[in-house]
Ligand binder design. Structure first.
Ligand code: HAM
Length: 416
């Protein structure tokens, strides 16, 4: 039998309440901070991601679902949302609107990654992007949006981890310092890390193979290589966080796995998390719009993994409202009553009530069906009811039954 592709998941009816809850709470948090929803296509030109996420990143090297379509176009199922939102920002002239433009999305993403707990090949992100404002107050706003969304969801024990990787102009000196630091240890480096040493030495800082090595502890820190502007920006942001009492942990090894980041980078981890634990991650990308052919335009954003958020909601046993419908079940006995049941269901639905006709079984089996789907009410139609022009209304919680005139059944049901 066929199974869902590896690394993908069906979201079954009983799981939907988590998805509705997270989507509603995240959208509310976003609206509260002035963000409007944007949706972009599931696939884009492959070049968009190569150009922005970076040719040397794991995402572009190993993880993209790329293919040539029937017209010979190279397209890719989007592995992330930021590049697409920036493409849309330029394409639709959003740079002509008042800046910054605040946008959010909730969309499926695709990465051909090795599936494991918290890591999927199709997953979903809630993301937010503020484009067109370089000020540190927007960095604060973005961090607060991430934290407040988690808080509104009822999650606790979430730690904000922060770093600043500087501007493009600060990068060469820092990269050189890193190479100098790692050069004596080249012999210890595996093939992946050797490649990183040549192409993107920052990424050595979050290499899994090197974690725990003594020479990692005294690796040069990006915050010591900030230019004057990046430095002032950093001071301002940290000043806001301190003044507002927002807890955070500085992590000089936090570099992120996408190439477009500049200055502020951050992640949010649950205190009891493993390696794949980041529930939110993001940062500033002041060069990205320009890379796509736009005028120099700063930007900042983050994305949260919905599957990881839901795993935390389950683990912390957060109460999540039920959204499944609980229709009234119309039970019947006899052919004439069945016709009346079908007519009653039609009428009730037209009046906005949830109602289904019981499957054709004995009355007893129909009652069992109603109870197993959680019907709050059963409406019973038999010969006696038909003769009297009434319906027997059974409250499933109390097992109380009463007769209601056929014309008044709608008012006897709980309000939709
Ligand atoms: P990212 O760190 O690649 O950043 O992903 C953000 C979040 O998406 C992760 O922290 C995690 O919660 C979730 N995530 C990533 N990969 C997977 C996966 N394979 N399975 C399940 N969840 C996953 C970005 O995507 C950036 N676009 C974020 C951003 C927005 N930066 C600026 N604006």
């Amino acid at each position: 039998m066929y199974q869902a592709p590896r690394g993908t998941a069906d979201i079954l009816p009983e799981d939907q309440r988590y998805w509705s809850y997270v989507a509603a709470v995240a959208a509310e948090a976003a609206h509260t901070s002035g963000y409007s929803r944007i949706d972009t296509p599931v696939f884009e030109d492959t070049g968009l991601f190569k150009r922005t996420v970076g040719e040397e990143t794991d995402i572009v090297q190993k993880e993209m679902y790329s293919f040539e379509d029937r017209g010979g176009q190279e397209v890719t199922l989007r592995p992330e949302g930021t590049a697409a939102v920036c493409r849309a920002y330029l394409e639709h002239g959003l740079h002509n609107q008042a800046q910054p433009v605040r946008l959010f999305y909730l969309s499926p993403m695709f990465r051909y990654d090795r599936p494991q707990a918290g890591r999927y090949r199709q997953f979903h992100q809630f993301g937010a992007e503020a484009i067109g404002d370089a000020g540190a107050a927007v960095d604060l706003e973005m961090i607060q949006l991430a934290m407040s969304m988690l808080d509104r969801l009822g999650l606790s024990g979430m730690t904000l981890v922060l770093n600043n990787i500087g501007d493009a102009a600060d990068r060469p000196a820092y990269v050189e310092a890193l190479r100098e630091h790692f050069r004596p240890h080249l012999a210890h480096l595996g093939p992946d890390d050797r490649r990183r040493f040549d192409t993107s030495p920052l990424r050595l800082l979050d290499s899994k193979e090197l974690a725990g090595e003594a020479f990692m502890d005294d690796a040069p820190r990006s915050t010591d290589y900030l230019g004057a502007e990046a430095s002032a920006h950093w001071e301002e942001l940290v000043g806001y966080l301190d003044a507002l009492g927002v807890p955070y942990r500085l992590d000089h090894k936090l570099v992120r796995g996408l190439d477009y980041y500049t200055r502020t980078v951050f992640e949010v981890h649950p205190d009891e998390g493993g390696a794949q634990s980041a529930v939110c991650a993001g940062g500033r990308y002041d060069g990205l719009i320009e890379q796509l052919g736009g005028a120099p335009t700063p930007g900042i954003g983050f994305a949260a993994g919905i599957e990881r958020i839901i795993a935390n909601l389950r683990q912390q046993e957060v109460g999540v409202p039920e959204v499944r419908p609980h229709p009234a079940v119309i039970a019947y006995r006899g052919a004439a009553a069945k016709a009346a049941a079908v007519a009653l269901a039609t009428e009730l639905r037209a009046g906005g009530h949830a109602a289904v006709v019981a499957p054709e079984r004995s009355l007893k089996a129909q009652m069992r069906y109603a109870s197993s789907i959680g019907a709050p009410t059963v409406l019973i139609l038999g010969e006696a009811e038909l003769a009297k022009g009434v319906v027997t209304v059974r409250d499933m919680a109390t097992a109380e039954q009463r007769e209601v005139r056929r014309a008044d059944v709608g008012t006897a049901l709980p309000r939709p």
